[in-house]
Design a protein around this ligand. Structure first.
Ligand SMILES: C[S@@+](CC[C@H](N)C(=O)[O-])C[C@H]1O[C@@H](n2cnc3c(N)ncnc32)[C@H](O)[C@@H]1O
Length: 286
């Protein structure tokens, strides 16, 4: 049986408190990873890599249900057919310490690199590491196949970080787009002279005019327009039509809180994603 640190049980280490609706995000991730690693395990990829830019402590406690569930990095670490390399970033010190202990209990053959720093910095070393793995031409081997999970609380992940990841040849992205934070705060930032966290998140100031054109139509219009803008930026980097690969999540007050976006350049990955999201049916809301 797996070590208690790697099970959905109380282990005395810090957990991340999340709302029950966030459970679905982890279910989709788990389903996706399982399809991805199972189907790719015997292919000629040099390595299967998982990158988690905001890994958290490794376990989540959900409210109000009280359920404990492994967080994203441990879902990736404990999947049946393992990744070759995991790159896990967590800036918060106590979360990082808990993650390090939990990861240390694993018997997996995967190599795990942990980074206790801002993901917008760590990404450079992660991409360098993978580029080095891929740099030598090996007869009959393909380069690495990479999956990155971007799970911010708000706008912490800068666009240049997404671009850096996408600079790798085969990089699929699962992005948790925090819609409630964005629509609530955009108005405060749209007219500031200085560069803002929004500008760094979108990688441009263009979002400001989109906000100005849509805000009189209400928050739903702002949300849609800003997500579409972000998707169009992914498309410019060669990702295929991402709009159909979205999954929206609402809270019990029927407010849309986040949208999961999947970005890949390959049909098979998109098929895995569409199968994974079928496992989650948003409960009928009051
Ligand atoms: C939404 S939580 C991640 C939850 C995790 N993915 C899971 O499924 O259990 C976001 C995490 O990112 C960390 N964080 C916030 N800003 C960060 C940054 N700039 N770089 C790295 N980690 C950051 C927070 O401490 C928090 O633990």
């Amino acid at each position: 049986m797996a070590h208690i640190y790697l099970r959905n049980d109380e282990d005395g280490l810090p957990t991340r408190t999340s709302q029950d609706y966030a459970k679905d995000k982890l279910t989709i991730l788990k389903e996706y990873i399982s399809r991805f690693t199972t189907s790719m395990k015997d292919k000629k990829w040099r390595a299967l890599n998982y990158i988690d830019l905001q890994a958290g402590p490794g376990k989540n406690r959900f409210s109000p249900s009280g359920y404990l569930l492994l967080g994203s990095p441990l879902i990736a670490l404990t999947t049946r057919f393992s990744f070759d390399h995991l790159f896990l970033v967590e800036m918060g010190q106590s979360n990082f310490n808990a993650l390090e202990k939990r990861v240390g209990a694993s018997q997996s053959n995967a190599s795990v690199q942990l980074y206790n720093e801002d993901c917008n910095r760590a990404v450079n070393r992660i991409v360098e590491h993978i580029s080095r793995l891929d740099s030598r031409y090996l007869v009959g081997e393909w380069p690495s196949l990479n999956l990155a999970f971007l799970d911010p609380e708000g706008l912490e992940i800068e666009w240049i970080t997404v671009e850096k990841l996408a600079s790798l040849n085969r990089m699929d992205l699962i992005i948790n787009f925090s819609t409630s934070g964005i629509t609530r705060n955009a108005g405060q930032y749209a007219d500031l002279e200085v560069e803002t966290v929004f500008d760094r998140f979108f990688g441009t100031r263009e979002w400001r005019s989109i906000y100005r054109q849509t805000h009189r139509h209400g928050s739903t219009a702002v949300r849609r327009a800003l997500i579409d803008f972000y998707l169009s930026r992914l498309k410019e980097m060669g990702y295929v039509e991402t709009k159909r690969q979205e999954k929206e999540f609402k809270n019990q007050r029927n407010v849309q809180v986040y949208t999961m976006i999947f970005a890949s350049k390959h049909d098979l990955a998109i098929q895995f994603w569409n199968d994974a999201i079928k496992h989650v049916v948003q409960p009928k809301l009051l």
